[in-house]
Design a binder for this molecule. Structure first.
Ligand code: SF4
Ligand code: SF4
Length: 217
C-alpha cells in the first residue's frame, strides 16, 4: 500500500490561491485506507473549500486513481464539470495525481492535496509500517525475511553497526535494530553460520529511476 498524508488545508488554499472552480478527485484504494482521499475526506475538503469561497464543480472517487483505465472512465463521466474547472485537486498518491495529469486532454492545472510518504504493510493494529524500499535487488532470502535495506537506518547488508543497545537502533531507541532481529531468527533456526558469509553490495543500477516495466507480450 502507498501511504499518503493530507497537506494542511492552509497549504492547499495557497496552492489554489488563483483558482476559483475546483474539481476534486479521490482514490478508492490506498488513499481511502489512509483516510486521505476516501469519500468522507473528499466531502470534508469540499465543505472547507466552499466555506473558503471556492466553487467545487464536482468530485469523483475512481476505484484506483493510479490506473489509467479507471481514471479515464471517471473523467469521461465528469467531462462537463471538468471543462468548467480551473484546477483539479487530487487526493491520491503521487502516481494517482500524475495518472490524472497524463490522461487529461483539457490541459487542466492539476494539484496534489496529499504528500506521498512510503510503501507499507498494514499491521494488525492498522498502523502503516515501512518494510521495503523497492530496491530491485531483494535480499530477504539471506536475511530471514527482514529487510536491512529499509529497516536498518544505515541500510547495512552485513550485520549491525555496533551502535545497537538492547536490540534497539542507535538512531532511534524506540525502533528495533534490524540486524538484531535477523540475528535472533538465525540463532533460533540454527543458521548463525550464515552470518559468516559476506553479502555482496547491492546493484544500485537496479534501483535507477524512473522505472518502467512492460508485461505486455
Ligand atoms: S531487499 Fe529490496 S526488494 Fe527486498 S524487501 Fe528490501 S528493499 Fe524491498
Ligand atoms: S543499530 Fe542496527 S538498525 Fe540501527 S543503524 Fe545500526 S545496524 Fe542499523
Amino acid at each position: 500500500m502507498i501511504i499518503t498524508r493530507q497537506k494542511d488545508f492552509s497549504v492547499i488554499l495557497e496552492l489554489l490561491k488563483n483558482k476559483k472552480n475546483i474539481f476534486l478527485v479521490g482514490c478508492g484504494e490506498c488513499a481511502t485506507t489512509c483516510k486521505t482521499g476516501g469519500e468522507p475526506e473528499i466531502l470534508a475538503i469540499k465543505k472547507k473549500l466552499e466555506d473558503a469561497g471556492k466553487k467545487v464543480t464536482g468530485w469523483v472517487m475512481p476505484e484506483s486513481s493510479c490506473v489509467s483505465a479507471k481514471i479515464k472512465a471517471a473523467m469521461a463521466k465528469n467531462r462537463a464539470a471538468l471543462s468548467q474547472s480551473d484546477a483539479v485537486l487530487v487526493f491520491a498518491c503521487g502516481a494517482g495525481t500524475q495518472c490524472f495529469k497524463e490522461n487529461d486532454r483539457l490541459g487542466l492545472d492539476v494539484f496534489s492535496g496529499n504528500d506521498t510518504l512510503f510503501a507499507a504493510l498494514v499491521d494488525s493494529q492498522g498502523n502503516f509500517k515501512e518494510v521495503c524500499s523497492s530496491c530491485g535487488d531483494c535480499v530477504l532470502d539471506l536475511t530471514e525475511g527482514i529487510c536491512p535495506v529499509t529497516r536498518c537506518a544505515k541500510g547495512l547488508l552485513n550485520g549491525p553497526c555496533g551502535g545497537q543497545k538492547d536490540g534497539k537502533c542507535e538512531t532511534d531507541r524506540t525502533k528495533d535494530c534490524a540486524w538484531i532481529l535477523i540475528y535472533k531468527i538465525k540463532q533460533e533456526k540454527k543458521r548463525i553460520g550464515d552470518l559468516k558469509k559476506i553479502n555482496k553490495t547491492r546493484d544500485h543500477k537496479k534501483s535507477l529511476k524512473p522505472h518502467f516495466l512492460s508485461i505486455q507480450g
